[in-house]
Design a protein around this ligand. Structure first.
Ligand SMILES: [Zn+2]
Ligand SMILES: [Zn+2]
Length: 158
């Protein structure tokens, strides 16, 4: 029996996974990870005992040794697969705060402004108030951060 079950999935809910443990949580700055994630780095952890509990990712062979999995419906990047090992994207976990990265790799691609990101200015409370009404009107179609019996809920469009 597993002591705990780590779950995650894509934005639209078509692909969900569970694993028993996550190891080697890291962020990779290499250009391939930037491109694959559409972000500034790739956050990955080695998934042990991984099972797909709903759907399965589509794969893109990004090099002679690596396939990258993503949801074919919504595009969420989900895996980095090599040999028998599958890493999952840490941002696709239902509780990403529970698995902080412990290592940076691919430093040759690290963007020059990376170290300053946390120091960027933030919106003031007054600016937040300006947007509050617009945000309050937003209805999310994103899958929630937990497993569901069925998704999307019956009767919802899209
Ligand atoms: Zn999806
Ligand atoms: Zn990389």
């Amino acid at each position: 029996m597993t002591a705990s079950r780590i779950t995650g999935g894509c934005q639209c809910g078509a692909v969900r996974f569970a694993c028993e443990a996550l190891g080697k949580a890291s962020i990779c700055h290499c250009r391939m990870c930037q491109k694959a994630l559409g972000g500034y780095f790739g956050p990955f952890g080695v998934a042990r005992g991984l099972v797909w509990t709903r759907g399965e990712p589509k794969r893109f062979q990004s090099s002679n040794t690596v396939r990258r999995g993503f949801c074919a419906d919504c595009g969420t990047p989900l895996t980095y697969e090599y040999g028998d090992t599958v890493d999952v994207t840490l941002g696709s976990l239902d509780d990403p705060a529970a698995f902080p990265p412990l290592l940076q790799i691919g430093l040759e691609g690290r963007l020059p402004f990376f170290a300053g990101l946390a120091d960027l200015p933030v919106r003031t409370a007054a600016q937040n108030d300006q947007y509050a009404a617009a945000y309050a009107a937003i209805v999310s179609y994103q899958h929630p951060d937990h497993d569901t019996e069925a998704w999307p809920p019956a009767g919802r469009t899209p």
